[in-house]
Design a protein around this ligand. Structure first.
Ligand SMILES: O=C(CO)[C@@H](O)[C@H](O)COP(=O)(O)O
Length: 260
């Protein structure tokens, strides 16, 4: 059995458990059908990530069924799950991890409403406060890209770099989200579908009203920095919470490391 040392092996086991368990959130929220969609998580402190096997039913996505890959998307031989084929989108996930060092999780779904916007090649406009909170503006459209190589990853990185949104609608395909970890990326996928549905329904009633940019900025800042509970162990004062660094990833300029 391939080992990376006790500390990294322990980190891999945690990510295997997280990524395995989080797939049930996709079915719980109705974001996937049959074996569609996938989640991956970066192993902290190592150039490795864990992703689901391709075309395996959700009930069978146990921790040991998850597949460990390096950041080129190559399966690590001699590890649990390594005899199976990894997700069709492994190269895309790997490209994101190589080029967005702050990203710790990537999710892909074909959730119904968000994918309907993707099929139209239309960004979801920021017309509800929940979008301003979670995405800080519109959810953008990414290019049409072929499945199986890193083309999707290139489109995700190009579209989300410098953008507040952690979700992109890849044209004619579906949703890709990024996050500080796999759970954060799953949250973005859940929220993307929710707002895609609401804004679609609103448009059936007429033209949704825009939110002024200053209000979007204010809502995003409050939700990212003040909303919710103070981190465990901290002094639970408003001032302490307000000074907590943003939990979001800032989708920084990508590194120059090239695709393999
Ligand atoms: O649409 C695609 C390919 O991008 C996938 O979401 C499939 O629907 C699931 O592929 P695997 O992750 O099972 O290979």
């Amino acid at each position: 059995m391939t080992s990376f040392g006790a500390e990294t092996d322990a980190a891999i086991d945690i990510v295997r458990g997280d990524v395995s368990r989080l797939h049930s959130e996709l079915t719980k929220y109705g974001l996937v059908i049959w074996t569609g969609g996938n989640i991956s998580g970066r192993v902290p402190g190592a150039d490795l990530f864990v992703i689901k096997p391709s075309g395996v039913e959700y009930d069978d996505l146990t921790p040991d069924a998850m597949i460990l890959c390096d950041l080129d998307g190559t399966v690590i031989d001699g590890t649990p799950g390594s005899t199976r084929s990894p997700s069709s989108d492994t190269a895309a996930h790997a490209y994101v991890y190589r080029n967005m060092p702050g990203v710790g999780g990537v999710v892909h779904t074909h959730s119904t409403y968000a994918t309907a916007w993707a099929a139209r090649g239309e960004a979801i406009p920021c017309v509800i406060t929940a979008m301003a909170d979670e995405f800080g503006g519109e959810i953008p459209i990414g290019p049409f890209a072929i499945i199986g190589d890193d083309s999707i990853g290139v489109g995700v990185v190009e579209t989300l770099t410098g953008h507040r949104s952690r979700a992109v609608l890849m044209q004619n395909h579906g949703v890709f989200t990024i996050g500080k970890n796999a759970k954060d990326a799953v949250k973005a996928a859940v929220m993307a579908e929710d707002v895609a549905r609401t804004v679609h329904l609103s448009r059936q009633l007429g033209e949704p009203l825009p939110i002024p940019q200053a209000a979007i900025d204010s809502l995003f800042d409050r939700y990212q920095n003040v909303y919710g509970q103070a981190p465990a162990g901290s002094i639970a004062s408003t001032a302490a919470v307000a000074s907590t660094p943003s939990p979001t990833i800032q989708n920084p300029t990508p590194t120059t490391r090239s695709a393999s």
